[in-house]
Design a binder for this molecule. Sequence first.
Ligand SMILES: *Cc1c(COP(=O)(O)O)cnc(C)c1O
Length: 771
Amino acid sequence: MEYFEEFPILIIDDELHSETAEGRASREIVGELKKEDFTVIEALTARDGIHAFLSHPHVSCIIIDWDLTPEQGDGMLTAADVITLIRERNRKIPIFLYTERLAISAIPLEVISTIEGYIWKLEDTPDFIAGHIKRAARTYLSDVLPPFFKALVEYVDEYKYSWHTPGHMGGVAFLKTAAGRIFFNFFGENTLRADLSVSVAELGSIHEHTGVVGEAERRASDVFSSDRTYFVTNGTSGANKIVWLGTVTAGDIVLVDRNCHKSIMHAIIMTGAIPVYLIPSRNEYGIIGPIHESEFHLETIRKKIAACPLTGDPSKHAIRLAVITNSTYDGLCYNVETIHENLKDTVPFIHYDEAWFAYAKFHPLYAGRYGMHPVEEGGPTVFATQSTHKVLAAFSQGSMVHIRQGREPVDPGRFNEAFMMFTSTSPQYMIVASLDVATKMMAGHSGKFLIEEAIEEAIVFRKKMVTVGEEIAASRRPVERLWWFTVWQPDCIMDEEVTVPVAEAAETLLRNTGGCWTLRPGDEWHAFGGLEEDYIMLDPIKVTILTPGVRVGGGMEESGIPATIVTKYLRNHGIVVEKTGYYSFLVLFTLGITKGKSGSLLAELFRFKALYDDNHPLTEVFPDLVRDYPARYTEKGLRDLCQEMHEYLKAGEITGIVRKVYENLPQPEMTPAEAYRHLVRGRVTEVPVRCLAGKPVAMMVVPYPPGIPVIMPGERCSAETRAIVDYLAFCEDFDNRYPGFENEMHGIVVREEEGRRSYYVTCIDTDGGDR
Ligand SMILES: *Cc1c(COP(=O)(O)O)cnc(C)c1O
């Protein structure tokens, strides 16, 4: 297969370039390997060899000279050290040792047991040796491909002409027009040839979970530690609905994390369930915290159900399912054993929405914090839905449902009806292949190292931010220039009973010990009250950066820098952050991170600081903004803008309002499903946001920040929940005052009226008419 060309053979040999018999023999072997199109990477020292391996993890075979001379500058690394490092990351790649027959007795057993074989350079012919190496490389590569992807590659290779859908027939249809040709060239022939239909028997059936696709799902189930895994081709949006339609029916009571994704809302509508909400906490930075453990207590839940006007006859109060977002958008992950303990007798099904957390199983840092973590048997059946594409390597929409069976197990045949409800009869096989490959990438040890790189990079960045802050604080600048951004993280961690500042803590400790990142009750930095010991952990790869403006312990500072200005600046310089709050923003370190990527973020933050400190003119900092709104921004400097916006947010008591918004939930007047029926039938009116009180809304309204729905379909604001109306009105006013910094609002209709942006909410007509 031509795909093998790209897999080099790595030779680590310090004599490769020497005029010795061994050197000549090595060069002849390299020559033989190259004859057959294998590429060869040559490394002359142990360190160089390690670097070559780390930067070419796809090499197909490695040959190491056992007599590598340890070098001072290398830290005296030996061949055995190189082998150990490679084996930690890859158990299967063939490794050969160049050695002499007599030297073998000196090779320690732990090396002998991990290598493929020996090469006697001076005794066998180069041709024979190269043949041996190539055979091992090919065998290794043939085992590298996971089942579905392998079958897809083979099928595409073999069958050039298709007579089935899709109608473009391997891309041929595109060649008939210029636009189509450009499309074809852009995506490439393999992409189009691999776009096959379900009628290819060789690839099995995703609907019936048979053939290679079924095998791929079973492998994923092993790798992700589930009892059963389903590949989903329409995102976790689809995966969540599959879980719900497979378990929940109309009138069932469900416990719903109020910090849920909109696909959960859609599932509530589709099933006709009655939601009772679990309320997450918030802190004064506007960061959404965890659901407190007390929310899972049976008495708390009973009270909520009794208070909910939709739940009807109390004797029929069976709760069907609880859904929890894990980790939260801000990277807080739960101790699933605590949740299990609390909910085990309350619900038959627990659903963890782990859209951002598919990697958790693969690193010891997250032990006990993800849905598929084994807990005692006989408890609830657990679902975890994961957007493989968000945090592992897969095409967009690639997602998985994992199931761990409990006392009310899911029957695969019945559950499959829900699966098929959301699976196209023409699924995109490239998504399936990418899920198969993502699984393979995480299998064995490679998963841990892939995640570890992201964790490492995030920790380096976190520490660097702290030391930079310290250096600035210790520098001889005017006092108003001593500020720096703060990372939202513990100031200190415990290292063997000793408290050490994070910047000085050992990296291996920070990388491997979940305890370093748990939110300890009473610690000031996280600003969440009432936490339980070892309940919540901050995932270090999700880095929240705080901008100046909010006082530690509550209240606002005299001066401040709203985060939206910082992230707009970053965006203009090619850095797109994950999420922006009022005085915080989130950056994400994923598998795709490359070393040094965080360096450019640091550099831009520095530049922002310099521009701010000099009150640099906006005409230069934000030329686009000044061009679009000259009257508003021309005369100002960057610090002026920050200060003006800060004072506005401060006067509006924004952090206080945001907190109040979630303190009391609006009153449910009808189920989301019923609200949706009104919407479809058009029995709705758009109401100006200021007149919202008293009217049940037809759509969920989600302001970003903070990204939690403030009101759900069928709910209405009352006097106690006036804060919601105030908050939306505040956002509307903000948009008009700060054009170019408009809030992102979901579920709000924005109208331009006489040069003003006005917010409308779609509300249900409750006056008369048949329901
Ligand atoms: C993104 C997201 C989803 C939806 O996932 P897609 O793969 O984009 O469909 C569901 N839940 C949460 C918490 C998410 O963040």
